[in-house]
Design a protein around this ligand. Sequence first.
Ligand SMILES: Nc1ncnc2c1ncn2[C@@H]1O[C@H](COP(=O)(O)OP(=O)(O)OP(=O)(O)O)[C@@H](O)[C@H]1O
Ligand SMILES: [Mg+2]
Length: 318
Amino acid sequence: MDIGAVWAEKYRPSDFSELKGQEETVKRVKAFIEQRNIPHLMFSGHAGTGKTSLAILMAKKLFGPEWRQNFLELNASDERGIDVVRVKVKDFARTRAISNAPFKIICLDESDSLTKEAQQALRRTMENYTATCRFILINNYSSKIIEPIQSRCAIFRFRPLEEGELGAIVDRIAQNEGLSISGNAKKALIEASEGDCRKLANIMQSCAASSRTITEELIYSAASMAKPKEIKEILVLSMGKGFIEARDKLLNAMLSQGLSGLDVVKQIQKELPGLDIGTAKKMRLIDKCGEIEFRMVEGSDEFVQLEALLSNFAMAED
Ligand SMILES: Nc1ncnc2c1ncn2[C@@H]1O[C@H](COP(=O)(O)OP(=O)(O)OP(=O)(O)O)[C@@H](O)[C@H]1O
Ligand SMILES: [Mg+2]
């Protein structure tokens, strides 16, 4: 097994056909490439869904082996402000594109971390270099980008991958790395990844470091999750007569698996809809989860808050 490489990188799509779940986007991008004429682009969406991968693929298709000379990758949150971005863009844009491409590509990742003022400056930079460069702005939330920039870009939304698509990626990695993974473990892995392929590959790699046979247990421990079944048992117990036992079990699960209070609240919230209780009671408890989560984010003691949450389960009336 290849221990050195980070799997999320190793399995970065090297062709359009390997980029799962973004068919519509890929189709439009391919058309731009065929015309060798692309507008400024914005790739927006959930983490680990292929935004950076597609930008790199485009550069490879457009520029061939010299793609690196024609492709500048900047990270808006690393570059200490828009001035550094401007200087780098200026340096890069000064020389003409190598090979027969009519322009170079500047890929600005985490563009939604720029302040409004920095975005205004970026807008002028984009205008200044339109003759020689195209921008690909990448972000998680396009709504954080000012309107004048949005209107200069063709916007593509990347959606979290679905179960079947994630399953295909799991199979590919497992086969290539010589791993066996049970049906249950695969299901747990897909759920833990939350549609984020990078997270999926990272969890698999960390499981594979301890065993070639990947079990459900391994997945939950690598993903810092309690077993959903265990959480459900604890909730049912606390609603019956076993409050103290439920509390002890919860503390045990947290300590043995190194879970944070927030991890646990999120899992409790996930299990809630499936509990065998009335709708009104469910709603009150879902509301309570929200309140407890807020208190934890504000810095309140997580053990105190989790006990408070469990006591709400114990006291809740139908
Ligand atoms: N659509 C996809 N199909 C197949 N693999 C994918 C896909 N999206 C992401 N991956 C895998 O996840 C890794 C990270 O993907 P990428 O860097 O493209 O994500 P991103 O959308 O740019 O995420 P972020 O917002 O966190 O930067 C890739 O190297 C690849 O292994
Ligand atoms: Mg990215």
